[in-house]
Design a protein around this ligand. Structure first.
Ligand code: TYD
Length: 224
């Protein structure tokens, strides 16, 4: 985003790849260095988008068809960008977002049933210029990610998978390949991180990608 003074970082990947853990670790590191961070997620991140999150993840919109679902994800994204992401970037903050436009490209497009052209047009409208400066694709074989996601759900006392978790292993593997395909096509924006490494190794690999971009920002605390 040329107009902003902040840094927009998105985290993408399949289920159980550790995105939220790594967002928390990176936020801690950047905050410690004096940078102001905003942690957010999709679908959601603004009050209207959170309302749509419930509709989408409960499966309530599934019966409306794939087009409608894709449009609802895009509507949520448009509001999220407008209400939270763009103002934070204009204020010079680091925005760390758990899933963004590439999740729609993969879940609704590359591994789904929707026409890719339609999905790409929707993303242009939804994102409205707020293209991430850096996208970190956390990569893990689908079976390992699913096992981790199941263990996490059991520990949290959740029994039923959500609308998008319930698919077969093949679909999850197709999503993994979809993210890798996007990363290969857009190497200037995307970096693939091996999420099978230890939590700390993944965090270090992520920081190594973020560090070169920090010179664009001014830390908010003097000692940094
Ligand atoms: P959530 O529990 O927030 O994410 P995670 O799997 O990262 O822990 O669930 C979000 C689900 O919504 C996830 O299965 C991916 C799906 N999704 C889409 O299908 N399209 C999108 O554009 C986005 C943002 C998410």
């Amino acid at each position: 985003m040329s107009e902003n003074r902040g840094l927009f970082i998105t985290f993408e990947g399949g289920e159980g790849t550790g995105k939220s853990t790594q967002i928390a670790l990176l936020t801690e590191r950047l905050t410690g260095l004096g940078f102001e961070c905003v942690k957010t997620r999709e679908p959601g991140g603004s009050p209207s988008a959170e309302a749509l999150r419930h509709v989408l993840l409960s499966g309530a919109a599934e019966a409306f068809g794939s087009e409608m679902e894709a449009i609802l994800f895009a509507a949520a994204r448009y509001d999220h960008v407008d209400a939270l992401i763009r103002p934070a970037l204009r204020a010079g903050r680091v925005v760390l977002c758990d899933r963004f436009m590439d999740s729609s490209r993969v879940y609704q497009g590359l591994s789904g049933t929707m026409d890719m052209d339609f999905i790409d047009k929707l993303q242009m409208l939804a994102v409205d210029g707020a293209v991430p400066d850096l996208t970190l694709v956390l990569d893990l074989p689908a079976s390992s990610g699913l096992a981790r996601a199941q263990a996490r759900a059991e520990a949290a006392g959740l029994s039923a998978p959500d609308r998008f978790e319930k698919e077969t292993n093949e679909v999850h593997e197709a999503r993994r390949q979809g993210f890798l395909q996007i990363a290969a096509a857009e190497p200037e924006r995307c970096r693939v991180i091996d999420a099978a490494m230890s939590r700390e190794q993944v965090a270090d690999a992520i920081f190594a990608e973020v560090q070169p971009l920090l010179h664009r920002l001014r830390p908010t605390r003097k000692e940094c």
